[in-house]
Design a protein around this ligand. Sequence first.
Ligand code: 13P
Length: 258
Amino acid sequence: MLLKSPPTPMRKPFIAGNWKMYKTIADARALAHGLRSKLDALSDRDVVVCPPFTALAAVAQELQGSSLRWGGQNAHWEREGAFTGDISAHMLADLGCTYAIVGHSERRQVFGETDAMINKRMHGTLAAGLTPIVCIGETLAEREAGKTYAVLERQIKESLAGLNPASTVVVAYEPVWAIGTGQTATPDQAQEAHAFVRKQYAGAYGPPAAQALRILYGGSVKPDNSKFLMEQPDIDGALVGGASLDVESFSKIVRYNL
Ligand code: 13P
C-alpha cells in the first residue's frame, strides 16, 4: 500500500498592525473606518489592529460586526490591582479584544521588561481568553556577535515557559535592527530565523503544535516587500508598525497576493 505523507497543515495568514503611540481617538476612528471599508470580509486571512489603549473603545465600535479584530499592545497578568499605569488582559477582553502583543522589543528595551515578566503577561493574556502575540528578536549587536540563535532560543524558552501546547499563541520574530529603520530582513534571513523558531518550538511543545504555530515577521514591512516575505514557507504573517498607520499602505500589505 502506498503511504501518503500527511498534508502540510494550512496556517491562515495573519497580518497585524501595531499602531504604537500614534493616533488620537478621532484619527484612530478614521483609520479603522477606512480599513474596514477596504478589508472587511477577507475570510482567508486574519486582520488585526492594535491601537493605543486610549483609542481601543472607539476602534472596537468602528470594527464591531466586521471580520477585522483588535488587540492591546501590552497586557498585565493580574485581573485588577494597584498597578498604576498598566492595563489588564481582563480589561482588554472587556473591550472585545481578541489579541494582546506582549514582549515587544520597545517594552524590553525602553521599559526594561524581562523574559520573566513577559512570560507572566503571556499567561495572564491566555487566562483572560485572549491570544498573545509574543515578540522575540535580536539586536544588531547580538546579530553581529553571532548570537542571534542563542538569543532567540533563550527568549522562546523563557518568554513561553509553562505554556500548555494546547493553548494558541502567535509568535512574532522582530529583529530589533529592522524595526523602524527601513532595513528589512531579507526574505532568506527572515525565513532562516522563522525555521529556527519553529524547530525550537517543536522541541519544546511537539511537532503538531509547531506545525500549527503562526510566526509573524516584523521590521520595516512595507507594501513592496510583504509579498516576498509572505512567500517564505515559515513566514505566516506580518506585524506591521509604521506602514499600518495609513489605510492604503496597510491594505496593500494585507492584500499582498491579491
Ligand atoms: P516598523 O514596521 O515600523 O518597522 O515596526 C515594526 C514593529 O515594531 C511592529 O511591532
